[in-house]
Every structure is written in structure tokens, then in C-alpha cells.
Design a protein. Sequence first.
Length: 425
Amino acid sequence: MRIASARRLRGTCSVPGDKSISHRAALIASLAEGVSTLENFSTAADCAATLSCLAGVGIRLGQDGTTVRIHGGKLRPPNRPLNCGNSGSTMRMMAGRLASEDFECTLTGDTSLSERPMARIIEPLEMMGARLRSDNGRPPLTIHGSDRLAAIEYESSAPSAQVKTAVLLAGLRAQGRTAIRESVGTRDHTERMLQWFGVALETGSTVTAVNGPARLFAAHLKIPGDFSSAAYFIAAAAMLPASDIEIVGVGLNSTRTQLIDVLRSCGAEIQTVDVREPCNEPVGTIRVRGCTFQHASSNVIEGPKTAALIDELPLLAVVGTQVPGGLVVRDAGELRFKETDRVAATVKNLRAMGARIEEFEDGFSVDGPMRLQGATIQTFGDHRIAMAFSVAALVAEGESEITDAASVAVSFPDFFARLESLVER
Ligand code: S3P
């Protein structure tokens, strides 16, 4: 994909349904009594992997465009391994779903997923009584669940909403109170979704608990647009003065929207309007006007802020090149365990575009403001690297080439078409 520099972004668009929420909706609906209807289900390949894994263990589902119907019910042993594709969310959360089923099931993934750490879910699920085998903590992952899981209190070592979700999904079927404690709060979509399906759960800023066995009831919901997909358009518009865009129907859950705060602190004019909370998740319209950035009020992103911005960090590095004084990101060691090592990929590609960026084990420090130069971008098959550097290409001088651009389908299949519909050159 070749992308030339842009003058500004203008217009109105929407983004596909939220990927994180779609995974959870499908998994949780599979536990509910009755037929659930999930509107605006994500078009991401990752979410299709979750649906196909559920179908593989006997869940009946129907799909009409972006509306998915899920018949909750008993799972049956699969006759072949379930393929999670590129999706770490699918593998980790599905493991939590399978932990309470008394049969054996193997989860596999593509080359990237096969390198990703699974010990973080193996440990708590084994403590609950499921048996798991892996290749030294990496996929393939074989789960032999138990219909007599024990409730646990667990302190998660990694700041991970996927781990929290795996433990809570297993806890729904365990005997007693399963609690998970996090040192840093992570996205709370699972908690909100469980409530929507009728589960009373304890929620605090760092502890979440469910009482099992819990009954869930089928629900109807409309999934908000994915903020992490909208983030690319928001950042591009913010960096190009004279831009003026609106993104409608986007999820505005505050555990996801920190990027807005960072961009506002650099002077971008960003408004959220028409905010509602129809299905226990806030949703609204985001309006962005571009500007020439000023010094960020705080140019160091660390601790809980880093955890909340985890999927936006490669994009923030690009933003940092336009901020006087640049941006520093710390406490982002987890970024090295994503679809690729996103610290290394970000540093390599920004350097190719002429940026000054220092790499740390747990993050980076990027200088700004500067004019990036068009370059050939190596995505390493990672959708977020492809999208972040497509945005970099818009603010760079000359043309850039994004290799393996098809990887965007992992979260946002029509990313390039929607981006082009907003771009003015
Ligand atoms: C996700 C949680 C985050 C995030 C991923 C989606 C989720 O991963 O990076 O894209 O849906 O729970 P971790 O749980 O590994 O932090």
C-alpha cells in the first residue's frame, strides 16, 4: 500500500464494532440461557476466530452482516484443534471459557500467536483445577477442563484484561467467590458485559469478583465502534491543521480513551458529543479539529496511563514526532509481547522515516517536532504497526510504502478505504 502525504482530513465516518467487546459478547453469550443478538459485531479477523472456535465446540450461531446470533448452551468436545489465528484475546479468553468443560481441547494459532506468552493464564486456570499443556508456556495450548472448578483469589502479575477475563469466565462456573486483583486497572468490558447478561459481580478499582456457579440470561446488544480503530483517524486529524472530522458511534469507555487526553494536552480540539450508554457501555460522536501541537502538559507516559494506552502506543510514538519536546513512554514492557515486538517495530520504522527515537527495554523516547520522511515500512504482519505508520505517512514528506498492509484485516478490514475517504491532498 502506497500512502502520500495529506493536507488535512475532513468528513464523517464510522469504525467497525469494538474488537474487545465483540470477543466478550460472543463468549459470554455462549454461557447464557437463550439466544443473544449481537449487533454491530466486529468485522475483525480476530473476532471471526472467536466465533469459529465457539462453533468448533458446538455453539450454534448465525450471522447476518454484522449481526450475530448466539445460542447459549452446552459445549461438546471438538473433533480437531481450534484455530485462534492471530488472536491472543481469543486464545486466552477461550481458555477461560473451556476451563470448566470436562473434555480436552487444543488451541492453536499462527506463527505470531505461537510465540506469545500463555503462562499468565495457565497458572490461575490450573490453580482452579483445570489441566493445561503448552510448549513451554507458548501455544499450542491444550486444556482439559473440569466441571468442578475451585474458586480462587488471584493476583495477576501482568496488567492484562485478557487474564482478568479468563479467570472471571472460569469463575462463573466454579464453586464460590473467584476474585482477581490487579495492581493496575485494565479495560473493564468483561465486567460491564457480565452485568448486561444478568451477573451480579463485585467491582472495585483493582479487585473484581464473581460468585459461581452463576446464571446468565441471553441479551440483545449493539456493540459500540472500536475506539482503538478510531484512534488512527483521531490522531491523523489532530496532527494536520485545518482537519475537521467526526466519527460517529464510537465506544467512549474511559479505560480506553486516554489518547484523547494526551492529544488535548498537546492542543488538539477534541469534543465528544451525543454520549449515551445504551448497553452498559458509553458511546458517542468524537469531533476532532487539527492544530499545530504545543508542548504536552506532561510528556512522560508511564504507570497506569501506559496500561490504558497499550494498543495506542505505536501511534503515540508517531504523534510524539510532532510534539514540541517529544514524548516518552515507560512501563511498556508488555508491548514487546504483542502481535510483534511493538517497541522494536516502532523504533525501527520511525528511524527509517528520519525520526530521533531512543529505545528502552520498557518503552521509548521520541524527539519532536520534526518532519518525517516517506519510507518503506515493515509491519512484521502487525495490524497496529501498519495503521500507525499509515498515519505517519500522511504527515511525512513524500510517499511511504506499507508492506504486508493486508494485516489491517486482523482488526479493521476496510481501514485504508475509510482513511482515504477522509483524506484531502
Ligand atoms: C485486550 C487487552 C489487551 C490489548 C488487546 C485486547 C482485551 O491485551 O492489548 O489488544 O480485549 O482484553 P492484554 O490483556 O494482553 O493487555
